[in-house]
Ligand binder design. Structure first.
Ligand code: NDP
Ligand code: MG
Ligand code: MG
Length: 336
């Protein structure tokens, strides 16, 4: 089984005295910067003056500089902007300003695996990817806990790459949660597959097609909403707490019989074959090429698909029903 590293496994002072620049202060950047600063590290947020990231960093009391200035003098440069702008950020801001022998740190391997960035030969290339959204990474750290994180070493030029990745992950709370070693390729391909086939893509389509089936059969949309979307959380919470077995334990006998009898008629070997196609397209670069081309074209298809989701009936119905759910006052909006 895989080794799970915890705080005791990491060399004390693994990144002592190393300056960390966090470029991009969004979901991940905001959490990493605050956690590393609270762990006693010298952190600067590289943010565009007047932008949202700059406003947040200033409010959080994290030292700020324009991105190019933040890069100068940093030993570890974490590139935490959206994946699609990382190539430009690297070319324009990092490559010309990074000091000799610094490390380029990613939270997702996309830019490296799909060759959007070819780092300067003197730089270490490492990855620290918390398995959760930024707000959870911050919240767990504040509670003295941490979100399990992956780390990977793509290039160790200085001999310090492993200490840098593990030290950074520890300062971010990742070693309290447990640190697992991976490779850039494994992290990138499994992350993309998970979000597409299962989490953000597959689960959403399952919900929407279930809702549409009931509504088209004449049932009231509000009732369909509760059954197909709202109650999913109860089931997912059981998965999360105790796996499939805990879910089986808590549902009724009738639900359980129906689940094992009908579930495999909805999602089955044919679904798996389509999942395999999705995986093949991630591995052979087709997905990345499409996404990059879509960005270069100004994202027309992406925007159209998102608009269709936003305007779908389940969204109209859900907005009205959720107004009555007083406990939803702090929605968790970040994902994957
Ligand atoms: P966000 O979309 O939240 O990042 C937004 C930040 O990037 C903002 O501070 C924005 O600045 C800045 N930014 C955008 N464009 C530029 C630019 N051209 N130059 C300088 N700064 C720019 O990113 P995420 O945190 O979602 O993702 C960061 C990385 O982490 C990605 O590689 C992602 O795959 C990975 N990841 C994300 C997870 C998540 O939960 N979101 C989970 C695990 C990994 P401004 O405020 O000025 O607009
Ligand atoms: Mg993910
Ligand atoms: Mg992802």
């Amino acid at each position: 089984a895989i080794t799970i590293y915890t705080n005791e496994d990491i060399k004390p002072g693994a990144i002592a005295g190393q300056r960390i620049a966090i470029i991009g202060y969004g979901s991940q950047g905001r959490a990493h910067a605050q956690n590393l600063k609270d762990s006693g590290h010298d952190v600067v947020a590289g943010v565009r003056h007047g932008g949202t990231g700059w406003k947040h960093a200033t409010a959080d009391g994290v030292p700020t500089a324009e991105p190019a200035e933040a890069v100068k003098g940093a030993d570890i440069i974490a590139i935490l902007t959206p994946d699609m702008v990382q190539g430009d950020v690297y070319r324009d801001i990092i490559e010309p300003n990074a000091k000799e022998g610094s490390a380029l740190l990613f939270a997702h391997g996309f830019s490296i695996i799909y060759e959007r960035i070819t780092p300067r030969p003197d730089m270490d290339v490492i990855l620290v990817a918390p398995k959760g959204p930024g707000d959870l990474v911050r919240r767990e750290f504040q509670r003295g806990r941490g979100v399990p994180s992956l780390f990977a070493i793509e290039k160790d030029v200085t001999g310090k790459a492993r200490d840098r990745a593990m030290g950074y992950a520890k300062g971010n709370g990742g070693a309290t949660g447990g640190l697992l070693e991976t490779t850039f390729r494994e992290e990138t391909e499994t992350d993309l597959f998970g979000e597409q086939a299962v989490l953000c893509g597959g689960a959403k389509e399952l919900v929407m097609q279930g809702f549409n089936t009931l509504v088209e059969a004449g049932y009231q949309p509000e009732i369909a909403y509760f059954e197909c979307l709202h109650e999913l959380k109860l089931i997912v919470d059981l998965f999360y707490e105790g796996g499939i077995s805990k879910m089986h334990h808590f549902i009724s006998e009738t639900a359980k019989y129906g689940a094992v009898a009908s579930g495999p008629r909805v999602v089955n070997e044919e679904t798996k074959a389509r999942m395999k196609t999705i995986l093949d397209e991630i591995q052979d670069g087709t997905f990345a090429r499409n996404w990059i081309a879509e960005n270069e074209a100004g994202k027309p298809q992406y925007e159209a698909w998102l608009k269709a989701d936003r305007e779908s009936q389940i969204e109209q119905v859900g907005a009205r029903l959720r107004e009555r759910m007083a406990w939803l006052n702090t929605p968790k909006s970040e994902a994957a």
